[in-house]
Design a protein. Structure first.
Ligand SMILES: [Zn+2]
Length: 416
């Protein structure tokens, strides 16, 4: 048996194209928010492909849809391959969808080649990856990190969550039955578009993801004194807006100077009372920062908050900081990274180790089992947009690397 087997390119492309018509938008993207009618239609399409391929279909309590190719050994662990069929509102055709159709194609290819592997193979479509409702419902439920509290005040609103669950025939209690024993998992591999410009600009074929960034979020409130904008002398003002503005600029410089590879963003800013003729008495902003290394994420957030305090003092302002939670960085396993790198090399493709600046289901799987991600170039780095595109050759390369890496991780060469 060769680990250099390749799959049916035409079938992958026709699957991809068929899927892109479900929830298609006039701009050329797709609109398939989690558990929306279009998303459920995509899932029904997937279920039909699974059955047509003669694979077993499994739908768990969290709505995750899986194709199964069973090992002759019933007690074998399961190697998961997958991604997600939901999209952001007005999203692109590649994000998530490519990884799901490629995972399915890997199973079909191995089935058709008549390979008996020492693992069960599962091509899984995870629920609510994009966070329309809660965020990572499917992978969080599988990993056991989803909690009942997460469902009480979800980011998409409680009503939207309950309506979506009802549409999909799911229940809140049922979600938690999707939990798996890590001992049953041999690993998780995900093919995904990079969603940034690095691979495309550098001409590298394949990104071997080293880790998924950790994210820390804060709400900062600078407080000064609201006063008449016409009669208060400039030197006597305690303008909360100035503290916020100075901090936004300082945060950018701090990251550029001291935290290469990290990012910080102020994505929302509100001045109160908020009028032409009133000096802002309060300025609230939403701060997020990301780093791949846990210690660096700690240093980054400490530095940003210290800087905010200094800017507040320099304008005579108070500062309140609310920490709004944190996703820990998720390093990918060495075993999986090596399997991906070797699979790329065997296909004559260039590859490069790189972090993922975006969150993925793989971050929930990483603490459970050997987990890896394969990135392919995004044209001009555009994603979460109807203009999101990857060259089809790159998609084929990525799917072939997924296949090669899966065979390696399955330990298939040991039982040839
Ligand atoms: Zn995605």
């Amino acid at each position: 048996m060769s680990v250099s087997m390749q799959f049916n390119h035409k079938r992958l492309q026709s699957d991809f194209n068929a899927l892109a018509t479900i929830g298609a938008t006039a701009e050329g993207g797709v609109n398939r928010p989690a558990l929306s009618p279009a998303h459920l239609e995509a899932r029904a399409w997937y279920a039909a492909q699974v059955k047509q391929a003669g694979l077993a279909l499994q739908i768990d309590g969290a709505g995750n849809h899986s194709a199964l190719l069973r090992s002759p050994n019933p007690s074998a662990p399961t190697l998961l391959l997958g991604s997600h069929l939901d999209s952001v509102p007005e999203g692109g055709r590649y994000d998530g969808a490519l990884g799901v159709v490629a995972a399915l194609e890997v199973l079909r290819s191995i089935q058709e080649a008549g390979l008996n592997l020492p693992v069960h193979l599962e091509a899984i479509d995870f629920t609510d990856e994009e966070g329309t409702l809660v965020g990572f419902i499917g992978s969080g439920a599988l990993a056991g990190t989803l909690t009942p509290g997460d469902l009480q005040n979800p980011r998409g609103g409680r009503e939207a969550l309950l309506a979506g669950l009802t549409r999909a025939g799911l229940t809140e209690d049922g979600l938690f039955t999707a939990r798996r024993d890590p001992a049953t998992l041999a690993g998780y591999l995900e093919l995904h578009i990079e969603q940034g410009p690095w691979l495309y600009d550098s001409g590298v074929d394949i990104g071997v993801v080293s880790g998924i960034v950790g994210i820390a979020s804060f709400r900062l409130a600078f407080s000064g004194r609201a006063n008449h904008a016409g009669t208060t002398p400039m030197a006597a003002r305690r303008d909360a807006g100035l503290g916020a503005a100075a901090f936004i600029l300082a945060a950018r410089q701090l990251v550029l100077d001291n935290f290469p590879g990290c990012v910080a963003n102020v994505g929302a800013l509100r001045l109160e009372p908020g009028a032409f003729n009133i000096i802002p008495g309060r300025a609230e902003l939403a701060l997020e920062c990301r780093a791949v290394d846990p210690a660096e994420l700690d240093r980054l957030q400490t530095s940003l908050l210290e800087r905010a305090q200094r800017e507040a003092e320099s304008f005579g302002l108070g500062l309140e900081v609310s920490a709004l939670g944190q996703h820990a960085p998720a390093p990918m396993s060495q075993l999986a990274q090596q399997a991906i790198q070797e699979a790329a090399a065997e296909l004559g493709l260039s590859s490069q180790s790189m972090p993922s600046g975006a969150g993925h289901d793989a971050q929930n799987l990483a603490p459970l089992c050997p987990t890896g991600m394969v990135f392919i170039p995004s044209v001009d780095g555009i994603s979460h947009s109807p203009h999101e595109t990857s060259r089809w050759d790159d998609c084929i390369n990525g799917a072939n690397v997924l296949l090669g890496a899966a065979l390696r991780l399955a330990g298939s060469s040991d039982c040839a």
